[in-house]
Ligand binder design. Sequence first.
Ligand SMILES: Nc1ncnc2c1ncn2[C@@H]1O[C@H](COP(=O)(O)OP(=O)(O)OP(=O)(O)O)[C@@H](O)[C@H]1O
Ligand SMILES: [Mg+2]
Length: 376
Amino acid sequence: MSVARLTTYNFRNLLSVAIDLHPKLNFFVGDNGSGKSSLLEAIFFLGHGKSFRTSKVEHLASYETDNFVVSVKDVNNLQLGLSKHLHTGVTLIKINGERHARLSELAKNIAVQIVTPESFKLFFGGPKERRRFVELGMFHVKHDSSKQWREFNRVLKQRNACIRHNLDKATFDYWTSLFCQLSEDVAEVRNEYITNLIAELPFWLELLLPSIADKVTVQYLQGWPQKKNLIDALSDSHEREQAFGYSIYGAHKFDVKFLIAKQALESQLSRGQQKLFLLALTFAQAKLIARVNRVKPILLIDDIGAELDANSRESLSTALSVLDCQVIITAIEEGVLQPFINNDSVTNKESSKNKYHMFHVKHGGILPVNNSVKIE
Ligand SMILES: Nc1ncnc2c1ncn2[C@@H]1O[C@H](COP(=O)(O)OP(=O)(O)OP(=O)(O)O)[C@@H](O)[C@H]1O
Ligand SMILES: [Mg+2]
């Protein structure tokens, strides 16, 4: 979906917001602490059921309130809503007014990706963020594998419990055998997905980081030593597993490494270049999501001015005009948005009056800027 109307109540400092978004380009400009990241956080929350900056859901409700609501509607009137009551702990998930039990039902309809000024540090900092990134793409692109992934996680939990409680050998062997089979199955689907992602990447690198586009190689690490069967790797590391108390190998331990001339990419690129690289990868993933045609991706970019110089923003604007998805961008100053606003490849395609929506954010209030025209 792309969001036509966004409504939030009591979300951080956004006490009451109801705004109409442009199907393609949206800008939110405001001072530090005005509520820009909170707005992106609200949209992200709807797509993921959690925040990108806190694991404590109670931090999302406005001070001294007990509940918050985020809801969106697309041009076809598909309506998604998520509300949380802190006192009762109840999360209400609604699709077109009907209650649903699972967040994944909501997430099926809205594919939200985000790049913040911190993203690239987290992304290159450890495997957790890279895994999250790939899992999101797979959820939307290879949705059929979601059931397999759930089953894998169920078996992983059982196997970990066997390790922790030192259960009998027959029970342990039963779960280990199931775990190995599912790991192989998951790793195979993931390998397919990552192969497609790697194939899509050079196009976006060519636009955003042409100087390294043909120098990047990507390694997919399946989660256990490449040259070993998982079952052998696990049996060789039995004592270590006992000491740790969980499965140290398996499909949950996968990773993706990015290299330039066999060296870790992050040790060679500047901060701005790392951010551009992550943007290229995010665009590649958005393209794969868009291609399966189930759900149109939404891309959130927080504080677009951070780390990027005018040339980089120019390249980013070109890349965005090629990407067919809804983009929501925040900035502290309107000046940094010039390359995006003046982009001819955007303006030529659409009426010059209707190329983006711009909003000013002030003390949690969001006001459309007059010259950014509403879609009729
Ligand atoms: N639960 C909450 N209730 C009310 N206000 C909150 C809550 N949590 C945070 N805030 C406040 O909301 C304001 C908006 O924060 P936000 O991070 O969205 O600002 P921002 O516009 O992204 O600023 P910056 O440009 O510095 O990134 C801040 O002043 C913050 O202190
Ligand atoms: Mg912010």
